[in-house]
Design a protein around this ligand. Structure first.
Ligand code: BES
Ligand code: MN
Ligand code: ZN
Length: 510
């Protein structure tokens, strides 16, 4: 679907359908007077008699087929003072579903009604354009790869903003492009997560990463079992060794022009293409969801895809390194046994008391590797790490851990604004280290259930060097979802937050 603008006022507007956002209790003539200039039939359309503009309500108004705009889809938003951004995003997603269901090829968005929504929400018009574009794409997203009977309805060809002014402001165009890049990144992440583990293996994921890198001229390398062994990454390999699929750590490096030699932002994603638990096998119920245990790595690759799509003038001012630590956790004959001891890349020994606490083992070595090969300006890992985080914060929300108040705040604020909710949790280092004590190694890999998300974060912290600004995002409760902008399955959570951090890190050149 293309994104377009029809500037110059009502006389220039033309589309199969125009979406107009309506607050509850408004009169038809208050709602969209400009649109009614182009669609004069709108004021007397009989369907207004029953349309209330309630939240979730949608009504199609019809005029004579020969008019430039002969359909208007009234999208109810409920009471203006109750509206929030999530409800608006859902309304856009639902509206696009309707357009597709009716096989409407070209969709206009009534810019004046959009401006009223922006004022109500207290956001810039340009930002609301970004949210509209992204919600439209996310609403249309579907995963049909394996359905023998695919949907008969194609996506609309284009979506155009119907604007009053003679020109389209730069900020508005830029916002729309940003949303297109974000949509591409999220779509890629969702596809990778929705793909089953027999298809999206570590090797296939790494090839996907290679494709992204080569599409945008980014540097790429991949470490297989031999390279991981040569690098001393025994904790990572301990997870991989029970599987018939070889591990792959994919590294995509994006250095925008002018950013050469600057300290990079490093993103590390947990890429467990399947987590059976290993010998500490998980229960059968819901185990299929563990194909999504590579959601962190998928988010990182989604960010690289989005970066590749942004044009040079919006490139980050620092290099970005995306590290995707992929493997499976399987209970094969070579699998790690509970009680096995390994020495991680940074020299710390770990007694693996629970093979299902595998994500931290993989990330520990990936984080240590990153700091040996780069001098990070910021380092961030994202992982479906602990069920405990889901218990603590509820479904849909991620936990943020960082010793740096500013960085933690920046992540939570960005997430709030962008529809990826996260909440800071503490790094109680001394307490968790006590809980992770081993009689025969430096640490065990799994502590008590109580506070499990914190223990996992503190475990990772043991692999961060002094002076490195680091944050950890536990997205175990945010990888899967269902809403009008999320076909049941992968969410693509993290792409927007990470992208925003990467782009703002450039403004902190030092
Ligand atoms: N991948 C899981 C965490 C997870 C659970 C993600 C549910 C998404 C949904 C992780 O590897 C895991 O198994 N964690 C264990 C840790 C425990 C053994 C300390 C958990 O949370 O139970
Ligand atoms: Mn596990
Ligand atoms: Zn896992």
């Amino acid at each position: 679907m293309d994104i377009r603008f029809q500037a110059g006022g009502p006389s220039r507007w033309k589309a199969d359908v125009a979406l107009s956002f309506v607050f509850e209790g408004e009169k038809a003539e208050q709602t969209c007077p400009e649109l009614a200039e182009r669609a004069p039939w709108l004021g007397i359309a009989p369907a207004w008699r029953d349309f209330r503009g309630r939240k979730g309500e949608m009504t199609m108004f019809y005029g004579p087929g020969a008019m430039e705009i002969s359909r208007v889809l009234g999208v109810g938003l409920g009471k203006g003072d109750k509206l929030d951004m999530t409800a608006f995003r859902h309304a856009v997603g639902s509206a696009l579903h309707r357009c597709r269901e009716y096989d409407l090829e070209t969709v206009g968005v009534d810019g004046t009604s959009l401006a009223r929504v922006a004022a109500r929400l207290g956001v810039d018009f340009a930002f609301l354009v970004r949210e509209t574009v992204l919600s439209a794409f996310l609403g249309l997203y579907r995963y049909e790869r394996w359905l023998s009977k695919k949907s008969e309805h194609a996506d609309p060809r284009w979506l155009a903003f119907l604007l009053e002014g003679e020109f389209v402001e730069d900020a508005v165009r830029t916002s729309a492009r940003m949303a297109e890049a974000e949509a591409a990144g999220i779509t890629l992440a969702r596809d990778a997560v929705n793909d089953p583990a027999n298809v999206m293996t570590p090797s296939v994921f790494a090839e996907k990463a290679r494709e992204v890198a080569s599409r945008y001229g980014m540097a790429f390398r991949v470490l297989g079992p031999e390279e991981l062994a040569a690098e001393g990454m025994a904790a990572y390999l301990a997870v991989a060794q029970g599987s018939a699929e070889a591990p792959r750590m994919a590294v995509v490096e994006y250095t925008p022009a002018g950013a050469e030699g600057r300290a990079p932002v490093i993103l590390v994603g947990k890429g467990l293409c399947f987590d059976s638990g290993g010998i500490s096998l998980k229960p059968a119920k819901g185990m299929e969801d563990m194909k999504g245990d590579m959601s962190g790595a998928a988010a990182v690759l989604g960010v690289m895809e989005a970066l590749g799509r942004l044009d040079a003038s919006h490139a980050p001012a620092r290099p970005v390194v995306g590290i995707m630590a992929c493997t499976e956790n399987m209970p094969g004959g070579h699998a790690t046994r509970p009680g096995d001891i390994v020495v991680a890349k940074n020299g710390k020994s770990i007694e693996i008391v629970n093979t299902d606490a595998e994500g931290r083992l993989v990330l520990a070595d990936a984080l240590a590797w990153a700091q040996e090969h780069y001098r990070p300006f910021r380092m961030l890992d994202i992982a479906t790490l602990t069920g405990a985080c889901a218990v603590a914060l509820g479904l849909g929300t991620a936990g943020v851990f960082s010793g740096d108040d500013v960085f933690a705040g920046e992540l939570c604020t960005a997430g709030e604004k962008l529809g990826e909710r996260s909440w800071r949790l503490p790094l109680w280092t001394a307490t968790s280290l006590e809980a992770l004590k081993s009689p025969c190694a430096d640490m065990v890999n799994s502590g008590p259930r109580e506070g499990g998300a914190i223990h996992a974060a503190v475990f990772l912290q043991q692999f961060i060097r002094e002076g490195v600004t680091w944050a950890h995002i536990d997205m175990a409760a945010a990888d899967m979802g269902e809403s009008p902008i999320n076909a049941k399955g992968a969410t693509g959570f993290g792409v927007r937050t990470l992208l925003s951090v990467v782009l703002s890190a450039g403004r902190m050149l030092q």
